[in-house]
Design a protein around this ligand. Structure first.
Ligand SMILES: [Zn+2]
Length: 334
């Protein structure tokens, strides 16, 4: 019923690229998926800024192979970076290329950008951070650098849109420069700066919606909505940005579907592994669609190689949530 049927896949590890290509060709395409958002972060062999290149990066040729199987199946391949939070984390066990956040202050590993440019860190010099590090949104050099990274990624992916993340930025507005600004304005200025850069090259932006929602008025928790004032940015950011409205918990209602519609945004409905929460969210969205819902975007957050091997060959995934993610994909999408 909706135009977009999408899935988020993490950039495959080197040894998994063929499995993921086969998964796109033989599993996703026959089930009608028409969009793959590839979570790249810094895992690409950047030419202009090789210093930010992350763990086990995709090569230029790897991207072209992934693009080729997507094109063959009329699937749009959209690259994704995290351009606020999630700039550090802890590797999954066993390592699948994903750095995950953590719910208590602890030392962790900076991802590519902050490893190369620690001065872009909103909490530069702080040894233990809550959840993950964020980019300082007042730093013009940081914005220029991420725009150059986006340009290179959109070029190699031959993409007309890009997902810029921007979820779960718990430390937004804490450095001296950022703390002096109103948080919604600070956040909106960062987002609009990137959006207008992408727009100028004829592209469009997708982002996660959680920082644009008030946890107090919506009832969502502090992951799925903001408790630090950033939500006032909803009235300030460009309305041509597609909002990826993600919710993983079960709620009686999902008021963000209405909030984003009333604010004038087009949205994607983004569930995760728990099937009953997914169904509750989807049912609410279907009943509250005012023509502003473009589609569904299934999130995964396990190594795409595990997911591919589990769904193609029935192999057991190694990360703790892989089995539930895979079985929900099977049950919902056949
Ligand atoms: Zn700052």
């Amino acid at each position: 019923m909706w135009e977009i049927k999408g899935i988020v896949l993490t950039a495959p590890l080197k040894g998994e690229i063929d499995n993921v290509i086969k998964f796109i060709d033989e599993y996703l395409a026959p089930r009608g998926f028409n969009t793959v958002i590839m979570q790249v972060r810094y895992r690409y062999e950047f030419k202009k800024h090789p210093e930010v290149t992350g763990y086990d990066p995709l090569s230029y040729g790897d991207v072209k192979s992934l693009l080729s199987v997507c094109r063959k199946n009329n699937i749009k391949l959209i690259p994704k970076m995290n351009l606020m939070g999630h700039q550090s984390g802890i590797h999954n066990e066993p390592t699948d290329g994903i750095l995950h956040g953590h719910n208590k202050p602890m030392a962790d590993e900076p991802d590519g950008l902050l490893r190369a440019y620690p001065q872009f860190d909103e909490q530069n010099g702080v040894e233990e951070v809550y959840y993950s590090r964020s980019i300082c949104l007042s730093n013009q050099e940081a914005r220029d650098t991420v725009c150059e990274l986006l340009d290179e990624l959109m070029d190699v992916f031959e993409a007309d849109s890009v997902h810029i993340g921007c979820d779960e930025g718990f430390s937004l507005g804490v450095c001296e420069k950022c703390a002096a600004k109103q948080r919604g304005e600070l956040f909106a200025s960062w987002i609009n700066g990137i959006n207008r850069h992408v727009r100028k090259r004829g592209g469009s932006v997708l982002m996660w919606g959680d920082r644009l929602l008030s946890s107090e008025t919506t009832g969502y928790d502090r992951w799925e909505a903001s408790d630090n004032g950033s939500y006032t940015a909803i009235d300030l950011i460009d309305k041509d940005i597609t909002i990826c409205d993600w919710h993983y918990n079960f709620y009686e209602t999902y008021p963000s579907v209405d909030v984003f519609g009333e604010a004038g945004f087009k949205i994607l409905i983004c569930p995760w592994r728990d099937k009953s929460s997914l169904e509750a969210f989807l049912n609410y969205a279907k009943a509250h669609d005012k023509g502003h819902i473009k589609g569904i975007l299934m999130t995964t957050w396990c190594g795409s190689g595990y997911l591919a091997r589990r769904l193609l060959y029935g192999e057991k995934g190694k990360w703790l949530h892989t089995e539930q993610i895979a079985s929900t994909v099977e049950e919902i999408f056949g």
